[in-house]
Design a binder for this molecule. Sequence first.
Ligand code: FAD
Length: 492
Amino acid sequence: MKPIKKIVIAGGGTAGWMAAAMMAKTMGKNLQVTLVESDAIPTVGVGEATIPPLTTFHNILDIDEREFMATVNGTFKLGISFENWREKGHKYIHSFGYAGKDCWACSFVHFWLAGKARGIDYPYADYCAELLAAYEGKFAVLPNGRMNYAYHMDAGRYAKYLRSLSEKLGAKRHEGKIEKVNIDKSTGDIHSLLLQSGETIEGDFFIDCTGFRALLIEQSLHAGFEDWSHWLPCDRALAVQTKTVATPLPYTRSIAHDAGWQWRIPLQTRVGNGLVYSSRFWSDEKAAEVLMANLEGDIISQPKPIQFRTGTRRKHWHKNCLALGLSSGFLEPLESTSIHLIQKSLVRFMQLLPSSGVNLSDVDEFNRQTKIDVERIRDFVILHYKVTDRVDSEFWRYCKNMSIPETLQQKIDLFSDSAKVFKVNNELFGEESWIQVMMGQGVIPKSYHGFADVMSDQELGEFLASIRQSMAQMVAKLPSHQQFIDHYCKMT
Ligand code: FAD
């Protein structure tokens, strides 16, 4: 086995520079990190909404949050507002917060349902600080992680920021277009990358961050692709930026239309917009018309069309190559999970990193864990389409009637029967996310856990009132999101 001393990263989008920064920071003393990218091939340029674990990634990199937010034109994100998903005119927020207080046997939703059954009928949001703050447009970074949040950021600025950090940490950037991937015929491993200039970049291990092209993992190593477009029929996007016309909301907006949905990601001085749609149900012209009719503020960038296929690489790690980012597969950005999957795969790779050479057992374990991870996220995204009252267009009728993975059906059945949901196998979305989205999409549990009925009416009333009161007091003290940005992270 060949010891891993030199890592070559192909591609310098968000995935490539996240990998370079992480490797240089944590293993830079023992590993040589080289990144090859071509200025002639643009990055995908979207990917601006994130989820809370990114704060952990930044902690590993010792990133200063204020500096980061100022550099990437960032705003804070408490969740996602899903509008017109359950039915036209309906809206709910999937927040990063946890409602109420859990007991060891069941989650808070059981107590909330018991309260409703006994006439204590307050919105679920009243029991969750992040939900309340999101609805009121408030935000602050609180000590001890009492407010769970993520970021909205400018994707181009983020890649540049990570590049500068990586280079300071010793990663080497190599400009050039990769023409050919040289394979060692005896082992089937990648030996080197041949650049257009004639130069050859050799390495012991290669990370494919070439985006949808998947130049190494698919075009050269043929790792295979599992297509999920029958469950997630959207296959195109049109992205455009507009000038900010209102104070930024502390959440992403996802607005469903007749054959797809539109995102609005508020940054400090501009808004990232896009429409994700299905080409089976809408022409590109129709999609452009819908997006343009639903923008606020002047357009400040050329509309950018993007085509994609939803699914996953059969092996994310194959031979001496790891696929990261879009080269590893794609789930539409409905729950902002792509950047997170880059981080998760990087961390998993570092945990399994074989210093003395690639062991098949490490590769198998990596692929096994990644498969579970991606499939559970896939289920969560499908949930939004499947559980809907919308039947007003062909697209929505297709989604409502399509068959779904058994793993998802089990989750929906368990929750609708008895309000139970369990986080297993270290999956990304925990009980609270499933609860908020299932209830938001209209799943009403038929019963709840008997634990909640152990309390008398008075005890339950006092218990629920004390939570509502403490949430309301906490949120009342918060500044507005804009005030907090002005104080904490004004753009440089
Ligand atoms: P890219 O950005 O495409 O980078 C590819 C790199 O490879 C470039 O540097 C290019 O120069 C290089 N390259 C390619 N071929 C060659 C070659 N032959 N030689 C040399 N270099 C080469 N994720 C989220 O987490 N949140 C979101 O809100 C979100 N929204 C999205 C919306 C849409 C419509 C899409 C399509 C994706 C979204 N994503 C989102 C996903 C996110 O954009 C990506 O996960 C992230 O940007 C990583 O992209 P990447 O680095 O893998 O690929």
